[in-house]
Design a protein around this ligand. Structure first.
Ligand code: PEP
Ligand code: MG
Length: 582
């Protein structure tokens, strides 16, 4: 037996025979093309590009209607890239100016694009580099006469296999998924890659970033994947195999149980109703939210629509997106968060601050919006107009000072007056919320609460700022700790401030979607959760199986404990006792 580890992408256990994908690296060389044949070379390039696009479109059109929405959305992103001017015309210009072959021209254009992406600090955008690479590889394969998806891994032979590859493009994943692949192991690819996003949303166990996996795993080896911890066990013993089969059974049983909860109301054993909403990043996520039975969208991250674009979308484009998600939610509320650019999210062409600046502490989120009121007002107008189509709430991210909230509210009020004067429909009583993501905001939650309709705890940032731990920095993220006594105090203060002011307090950070914390949070008084659609049923299960009246005094005792070690032990104990009662 040998155990390899990588990045955990999607939970789940898979057992199968390894199918190792070895694609020869494309041999791309330069050769010169005589003047008289340049035009033919350009035609050859254009035809390879068209073919590549057709192949992806065929995969896209073949996606079954019940596949998760991300699948089609990701392939659409790739299909659109074929129309990008730099990709269509860049290589043509190189073929003509350098009089070289199409493969070489495409390679040079690729190198140029990669360099631009390499220079980006933003991990999200850096991950988009893989998308360009996948699209360019598809064109190169067509140039080299490999039409379609030639490997035998992309047909029925993928059934039940644990595919081990250097990297996999979303289109390849979709083809293997269609044929019943059991799991993926790749040598490249990170948490933010589209390969990761897709594997997660398809629910296929996957471990990425397993360095040199293809040196250790051979074709037909028995392999077990433990997705939750990013573990790949090669040639497990009989005993280990039994263990994995047992876990797999338990997991299937658990998933089946969760499935039964879909239509059940979110009410605790002692009769308290909890609001369980979903988070969304693309308008297509509304479907996943509805399917999981979410009461609405508790956080719609609007910046995701804009990333990778050079310019901000105009009011009409934004309005179109907001209306579509509002309509897709069929009367359930949609909480639209105003732009949270900066730190880890930038528009194409924007650069993080020059040397020395700290993007997490700098011009980010509401600070950015208030410095660019034209851009901000455009977004506010689009959101207000969308509110005529169904229940919409607005929420401002990363507030720190009360004055920021007042400025944002003043701009909102100005836009309302302008729309009124123009006779445009919108919800005049639209609810407005403040995100509590900075310790200063948590400490001032009572003052914020006086001016708005709801508070929303963004624990991803609240923890990062409370503990001065950059959430993207792998060197220090071992210090990132939701159970730090200071973090719990800030959360508790915010919930208490909301309760005193008589307004709802929700939580929309990752902590809300981790069932390990659900009982603690219920006992702290949280009644409103916003979680990724994939976690919704797990959180629902924890809620419906709890007696909040019993939890509350237990949690109160935990909050009185002084040290992290005592809190950790007490929460472990609480979770174990709740799990026993399932
Ligand atoms: C948060 O900070 O918890 C949050 C939900 O916002 P984001 O992760 O988009 O910063
Ligand atoms: Mg945040």
């Amino acid at each position: 037996m040998m155990a390899l580890s990588g990045i955990s992408i999607s939970k789940g256990i898979a057992i199968g025979k390894a199918a190792v994908l070895r694609r020869g690296t494309l041999d791309i060389r330069e050769y010169s093309i005589p003047e008289s044949l340049i035009e033919d070379e350009v035609v050859r390039f254009r035809s390879a590009l068209r073919k590549a696009k057709r192949q992806l479109r065929a995969v896209r059109d073949d996606i079954s209607p019940d596949a998760p929405s991300e699948a089609a959305a990701l392939l659409d992103t790739h299909i659109v890239m074929f129309d990008d001017h730099t990709l269509r015309e860049g290589p043509v210009e190189i073929i003509c100016s350098r009089r070289c072959n199409a493969e070489w021209a495409l390679k040079l254009q690729r190198d140029l694009l990669m360099q631009v992406f390499e220079e980006m600090d933003d991990p999200y955008l850096r991950a988009r580099k893989d998308d360009i690479e996948h699209v360019i590889n598809r064109i190169q394969q067509n140039l080299q006469g490999d039409e379609g998806f030639p490997s035998d891994m992309f047909d029925h032979r993928a059934r039940g296999a644990v595919v081990v590859a250097d990297d996999l493009a979303p289109a390849e994943i979709m083809l293997m998924y269609k044929h019943g692949v059991a799991a993926f192991v790749t040598e490249c690819g990170g948490l933010n890659s589209h390969t990761a996003i897709l594997a997660r949303s398809l629910g296929v166990p996957a471990v990425l970033g397993v360095h040199h996996a293809r040196c250790y795993i051979h074709h037909d080896d028995d392999v077990a994947i433990e997705g939750r911890h990013g573990m790949v066990v090669v040639a497990p013993s009989l005993l280990e195999m039994d263990y994995f089969r047992h876990c797999q059974q338990e997991e299937r049983h658990y998933r089946a149980l969760l499935g039964k909860l879909k239509r059940r109301p979110v009410i605790s054993r002692d009769g308290q109703t909890i609001v369980l909403m979903a988070m969304a990043e693309m308008r297509e996520d509304a479907r996943a939210a509805r399917e999981a039975g979410a009461a609405g969208i508790g956080l719609f991250r609007t910046e995701m629509l804009f990333l990778g674009q050079r310019d901000l979308p105009n009011e009409a484009e934004q309005f179109d997106t907001y209306v579509r998600i509002v309509q897709a939610m069929k009367g359930a509320p949609v909480t639209i968060r105003t732009l949270d650019l900066g730190m880890d999210k930038w528009l194409a062409g924007m650069r993080p601050p020059a040397d020395g600046g700290n993007p997490a502490m700098g011009l980010r989120a509401i600070r950015w919006c208030l410095q660019d009121p034209t851009m901000f007002s455009t977004q506010l107008r689009a959101i207000l107009r969308a509110s005529a189509y169904g229940p919409v709430r607005i929420m401002f991210p990363m507030l720190c000072a009360e004055s920021e909230l007042h400025q944002a509210l003043a701009l909102l009020s100005a836009e309302k007056s302008a729309l009124c004067a123009a006779g445009v429909d919108f919800d005049a009583d639209i609810h407005v919320g403040a995100m509590i993501e900075v310790p200063a905001a948590a400490l001032s939650a009572a003052s914020f609460a006086r001016c708005i309709d709801f508070l929303s705890l963004g624990t991803n940032d609240l923890i990062q700022y409370a503990l001065a731990v950059d959430r993207m920095d792998e060197e220090v993220n071992y210090l990132y700790d939701p159970l730090h006594p200071a973090v719990l105090k800030l959360i508790h203060m915010t919930i208490a401030a909301g309760r005193r002011a008589g307004i709802p307090v929700s939580m929309c950070g990752e902590m809300a979607g981790d069932p390990f914390y659900t009982w603690l949070l219920l006992g702290m008084g949280l009644r409103d959760f916003s979680v990724a659609p994939g976690s919704l049923l797990e959180i629902k299960r924890a809620i419906v199986d709890s007696d909040i009246a019993l939890l509350t005094p237990k949690v109160r005792r935990i909050l009185r404990l002084g040290s992290r070690a005592e809190i950790g032990a007490a929460v472990d104990h609480l979770v174990a006792s709740m799990q026993r009662s399932f």
